[in-house]
Design a protein around this ligand. Structure first.
Ligand code: HDL
Ligand code: ZN
Length: 421
C-alpha cells in the first residue's frame, strides 16, 4: 500500500484502508469465551468446518443426507464431509466458504487441499498453547477486545463462573437473557435453584427477584451490557407475550440500576428446521414502530439494536434519527453478506453519520475472528472510503486524525453509555 511519504497524498480509500488496518477493534458480540474458561472456547479446523453456516450449505449440496446421521457422526467425519462437498466437489462461493479459504491462506495453509490433513495438524498443534494461539489470532484479526455471550443458566457455563477463573482482560462479558425470559416460566426451576424466589406467575415478587438475578450476575461477570434475541414482531406495548412483560418490568429496570445498555437482537424465528439444530433458525421482518415506542417510553435506556432481516433496516435508521437512545449495530447473521452489509452501512452513514456500530463478528470459533474481520474491513473500506471521498470532494476535512477519530468511535469503543452532560 502507498505511504504518505510517497509525496502525493493518499486517496480517501487508501487512507481508510490504512486506518482500518491499524484500528484496534472492540468486537461487541461474539460467542467466544475467555481462554481461562476451559473447553468453552472453540478453536481449530473441525470446529470451523462444522459451524452451522456450513452445515446448512452442506444439506443443500447433499439433500440425500439424513441430518440425524450427520449429527451423530464424530466431528472430524462431519468436517471432512463439509470440506469434500463444499470446498473440493464444489467451489466455496458462499460468504462463509470464501471466508474460510482466506483464513486458511492467512495461516499459510493450502485452501485448495483435497483433505484436512495439513490444517488439522496445524491447528491441533496451535491449540496446545491456547493462550499463545489467542494472542496470534487477536493480533491477526486486529481485535483488542472480544465481548462474549454469557448465560448463567447454561449448565456448562455457570460452574466456570462459580469456580472462578483468572480473567483475560481482552474478553469482556455480556449477560444474555434468552434462557431467563424467552420461554417463561421454563426458567423458574433454574432460577429458584440459584436462590431467586420466582414463581410461574409474573407477580411483583417474581419481577423483583428476576431483577435481582440480573443485577447479581451482571455484577458478578462485570458485564458490559444485557442482551436478548427476540422474535421478529415486538408488538410493544400491547402484546401479551410474557417475554415483553419481563423485558419491560425486569430487564430495563435492572439495566438502569447497573447503568448498562440493553442489546436487542431482533428477528429470529427459532428452529423452523429443527433437524438442522443450530442451523435451523430463520428470520422475519420487525415492526420498527414498536422500537420507536419502546425508545420513547424509556428515554434513559440505551438500546443497541440489530435486525436479522434486510427488511426494516432503513426504518431502523429513521427510528434512530428520532431517538438517540436507539443505536443500530452490526450486520447480523443472515445480513452479514457483502451484498447486504454494504447497502445497510451506506444507508446508516447517509442517515446517521458516524453514530452507530457498523459491525460485530458473531464469531463462535476463535479463528473466525481472522476472516470475519478481514472480510468486514474490506467492505467497510469500500463503503467508508466512498463516503470520505465524497466528503473530501465537497471540501470537507479528511485527514488521518479525523478518520481515526471516527473509526474509533464506531468500532473501537464497544457499547458505550452516553457521556452524562
Ligand atoms: O442469537 C445469536 O446471538 C445468534 O448470533 C445465534 O447465535 C446464531 O446461531 C449465530 O451464531 N449467528 O451468527
Ligand atoms: Zn450471536
Amino acid at each position: 500500500m502507498r505511504q504518505e511519504s510517497d509525496h502525493a497524498p493518499l486517496s480517501a480509500h487508501e487512507l481508510m484502508n490504512r486506518e482500518l488496518e491499524k484500528l484496534p477493534i472492540a468486537d461487541v458480540h461474539t460467542h467466544l469465551f475467555d481462554p481461562g474458561m476451559g473447553g468453552l472456547l472453540l478453536a481449530g479446523i473441525d470446529e470451523l468446518l462444522t459451524y452451522h453456516y456450513h452445515v446448512a450449505e452442506l444439506f443443500r449440496a447433499r439433500p440425500d443426507l439424513r441430518p440425524e446421521a450427520f449429527w451423530s457422526a464424530p466431528i472430524q467425519e462431519r468436517a471432512d464431509l463439509v470440506w469434500r462437498e463444499l470446498f473440493v466437489e464444489r467451489s466455496p462461493l458462499s460468504e462463509v466458504g470464501r471466508s474460510v479459504v482466506g483464513m486458511l491462506r492467512s495461516f499459510a495453509l493450502d485452501p485448495n487441499a483435497n483433505d484436512l490433513g495439513e490444517a488439522r495438524a496445524f491447528f491441533a498443534d496451535a491449540v496446545l498453547d491456547l493462550r499463545g494461539h489467542v494472542d496470534r489470532v487477536l493480533r491477526m484479526a486486529g481485535v483488542r477486545e472480544v465481548c462474549m455471550t454469557n448465560d448463567p443458566l447454561d449448565p456448562a457455563e455457570r460452574p466456570v463462573w462459580e469456580r472462578g477463573f483468572e480473567r483475560d482482560p481482552r474478553f469482556v462479558a455480556a449477560l444474555r437473557l434468552d434462557s431467563a425470559i424467552m420461554e417463561w416460566p421454563k426458567a423458574v426451576p433454574a432460577l429458584r435453584a440459584l436462590g431467586y424466589d420466582v414463581e410461574d406467575a409474573r407477580s411483583e415478587r417474581t419481577i423483583t427477584e428476576l431483577r435481582r438475578y440480573l443485577v447479581d450476575w451482571h455484577r458478578r461477570m462485570d458485564a458490559r451490557y444485557m442482551a436478548v434475541s427476540l422474535p421478529p414482531v415486538l408488538g410493544y406495548p400491547h402484546s401479551q407475550e410474557p417475554w415483553l412483560d419481563l423485558l419491560v418490568r425486569a430487564v430495563i429496570p435492572a439495566a438502569s440500576e447497573v447503568g448498562c445498555p440493553v442489546a436487542l437482537m431482533i428477528g429470529v424465528r427459532r428452529q423452523v428446521a429443527p433437524r438442522l439444530a443450530l442451523a435451523g433458525d430463520s428470520l422475519g421482518a420487525t415492526d420498527v414502530e414498536s422500537l420507536e415506542r419502546l425508545a420513547n417510553d424509556h428515554p434513559d435506556t440505551r438500546f443497541y439494536v440489530t435486525l436479522l432481516a434486510r427488511e426494516g433496516q432503513h426504518a431502523l435508521c429513521v427510528a434512530a434519527r428520532k431517538f438517540a437512545n436507539l443505536v443500530p449495530f452490526g450486520c447480523w447473521w443472515f445480513v452479514n453478506i457483502p451484498s447486504v452489509t454494504e447497502e445497510i452501512t451506506r444507508m446508516r452513514l447517509d442517515l446517521l453519520g458516524p453514530t452507530f456500530v457498523p459491525q460485530h463478528s458473531d464469531a463462535r470459533v476463535l479463528e473466525q475472528l481472522v476472516f470475519k474481520w478481514g472480510r468486514s474491513r474490506a467492505w467497510l473500506g469500500r463503503v467508508l472510503g466512498d463516503h470520505y471521498a465524497d466528503l473530501g470532494a465537497s471540501g470537507g476535512r479528511v485527514t488521518a486524525e479525523t478518520v481515526r477519530r471516527d473509526l474509533s468511535a464506531m468500532l473501537g469503543q464497544g457499547f458505550a453509555m452516553p457521556a452524562r452532560g
